[in-house]
Design a protein around this ligand. Sequence first.
Ligand code: MN
Length: 148
Amino acid sequence: MTLDHYRKKRDFKKTPEPKGRSSTKRKKTIFVVQKHAARHLHYDFRLEQNGVLRSWAVPKGPSLDPKDKRLAVMTEDHPLEYANFEGIIPKGEYGAGTVAIWDQGNWEPISVEEDKLHFILHGKKMKGEWVLVRLKNDPKNWLLFKLK
Ligand code: MN
């Protein structure tokens, strides 16, 4: 996992988003959900793994109702510092619009496989056991849902 894809999409002279640096081992792993009012409002769900934030765009946002499974479209890994980013990405830049933190905290893995992540979230809104599972139709498409 590298940040090449993330950096290629952005002009850091124009956007206030962090460029990111490589990180060292950390004890607790973080997650964040950022409400991103871009052309289409969505929620970016990000989990720290191997020094970067693995990222999914959730068009409808996470649901706290276990019956409600939400589409989560995998996007490029983001730097860890992005977890603290809030602000305005200027017009004409990639993802132009307002970014605000919607929830954040730590997470713990229960099982981490290539196509399925089962984990515990310790956020303000998102708590307990959650699953992200890759759909068969398109490798970018996953479902995010809470377990009962
Ligand atoms: Mn976004």
